[in-house]
Design a protein around this ligand. Structure first.
Ligand code: CMC
Length: 455
């Protein structure tokens, strides 16, 4: 059994019940609603977090008024307490456990960020070495998994494979599916972070018809992933530090992003007590959509469709046209109404990688042209539609040699850290309940069943 690192004793002590109490005590403001029928006034507490907007605590609303709130898309709903990630979309701020993403991208590395997200604090030297060792020594997958994987069609989309094999992990690692055992939770978290690159690389190799590469413990997380994807038995992949650094940055920038669709999916799946491997498989399914993680693949497909720099304005016009469903992939964000701070970091990294590789790809030149035009276009400026992280990640990954079908897979590798940290936080929250939204029913009112011969 590979080494298991116990959570450092100095972190993870905060009790969410205390946070709630402090939050409600901190702010005595209240919201008053009046029930139309009874005329009864209902006081709702307003809770404050560390930073960011206060929230109205509506948990007693239905009990007092018989009314639910209505918020499709959850644009105005806080679904949980979380101490992992803070986003200020208006200012373009992204913090993980308080640390700005720009500082993490410049001074940290992916596994250190994984530690910070999972355990709440920066590791000291010994803790970091222990964590890196634990992850590195969990990267191999059960040999039987490769047989399972070979059951897929060769032309299967790697996201379909990743979704399937991640779900299957719960059939291979029974000893870490008891969510009530803190040690098993840690082992499952380490296994997922460690094995996801191996599974992703296997999905890629399978589509190429090449043999799987075993992980190498002498390489760091990003280097090992590049090795597993690009080495062949006849020739080792020579790791360029600029490329490995860009890979690590892509992982850092995709590690966590608060309560987005896939993270909320992981939490919702986990809220019923489902095991972590099944929950992460659910997150992968949600990430796959083109409005979410699938956007990086969609960006490159869109660039291929545009085809030539001379047609960029035509596509910008299509995106502006209300009667045309077309959207510019890689632009806009639900939360950021300013430049996505991750995109700022990746933009620089993108140019470094392209310079280093001396890539002259017409699609990449076209992307740069599109960026320039869209940033000046009145529609995009007025609607605050800035390039998002997926715009640049797709371009870098293409330059590195990844096919578009692998882009979302790479996003999933990185986001596994955020998903499992959020899952762990949820399971350890004593106030956690099964997620169960309500609805505004618009179907027929009660009516009598009509037998077949009378219809
Ligand atoms: N191209 C053209 N118009 C757009 C775009 C776009 N990419 N994005 C938003 N708009 C328009 C939209 O039509 C709407 O216009 P109006 O107010 O006239 O109806 C307005 O901007 C607001 O858009 P919305 O759809 O209400 O905003 P949302 O918060 O529901 O959607 C989004 C956010 C990311 C799904 C959307 O911007 C989009 O579809 N972008 C393209 C896909 C993409 O790049 N997704 C990756 C997101 S970042 C990575 C991740 O989190 O996974």
């Amino acid at each position: 059994m590979p080494p298991v690192m116990n959570p450092p004793s100095r972190v993870g002590k905060k009790h969410w019940g205390e946070v709630l109490m402090t939050a409600s005590n901190k702010n005595q403001a209240s919201v008053t609603l009046t029930d139309n029928q009874t005329g009864k006034a209902v006081e709702l507490p307003v809770l404050s977090g560390t930073v960011g907007p206060d929230v109205v605590d509506i948990r007693t609303l239905y009990a007092h008024t018989g009314k639910f709130t209505f918020d499709p898309g959850y644009g105005a709903t806080g679904s949980c307490l979380s101490g992992l990630t803070y986003i200020d979309g208006d200012k373009g701020v992204l913090l993980h456990r308080g640390y700005p993403i720009e500082q993490l991208a410049a001074q940290s590395d992916f596994l250190e960020l994984a530690f910070v997200l999972l355990y709440g604090e920066l590791p000291n030297t010994e803790e970091k070495a222990g964590f890196v060792n634990a992850i590195t020594r969990h990267t191999m997958v059960h040999e039987q998994l490769s047989i399972f994987l070979r059951g897929f069609r060769r032309d299967a989309h790697p996201m379909a494979i990743l979704c399937g094999v991640t779900g299957a992990l719960s059939a291979f690692y029974h000893d870490s599916t008891d969510i009530n055992d803190p040690k098993q939770r840690i082992i499952a978290s380490h296994r997922l972070i460690a094995k996801m690159p191996t599974l992703a690389a296997m999905a890629y190799k399978y589509s190429l018809g090449q043999p799987f590469n075993y992980p190498r413990n002498d390489l760091n997380y990003a280097e090992n992933f590049l090795h597993m994807c690009f080495s062949v038995p006849a020739e080792d992949y020579v790791i360029d530090p600029v490329i490995a650094d860009a890979m690590d940055k892509i992982f850092i920038l995709h590690a966590d992003h608060e309560q987005n669709a896939s993270t909320s999916t992981v939490r919702l799946a986990g809220s019923s007590g489902a095991n972590p491997f099944a929950c992460i498989a659910a997150g992968i399914a949600s990430l796959w959509g083109p409005a979410h993680g699938g956007a990086n693949e969609a960006v490159l497909n869109m660039l291929a469709e545009i085809g030539d720099r001379s047609r960029v304005q035509e596509y910008v016009n299509k995106a502006r046209d209300k009667n045309d469903p077309f959207r510019l992939f890689g632009f806009g964000h639900r939360v950021y109404k300013n430049y996505d701070p991750r995109a700022q970091v990746l933009r620089k990294s993108c140019h470094e990688v392209l310079d280093k590789l001396g890539v002259s790809d017409p699609l990449l030149e076209l992307a740069m042209e599109l960026e320039e035009i869209a940033l000046k276009d009145s529609y995009f400026v007025e609607k605050q539609l800035y390039p998002n992280v997926d715009f640049y990640s797709g371009i870098i990954l293409k330059a590195m040699g990844f096919p578009t079908s692998m882009f979302t897979v790479l996003f999933a590798v990185a986001r596994t850290v955020g998903w499992i940290s959020q899952w762990k936080e949820m399971v350890e929250d004593p106030t956690q309940r099964i997620g169960r939204p309500r609805q505004l029913y618009t179907g027929p009112a009660q009516r009598d069943f009509v037998p077949l011969d009378k219809r």
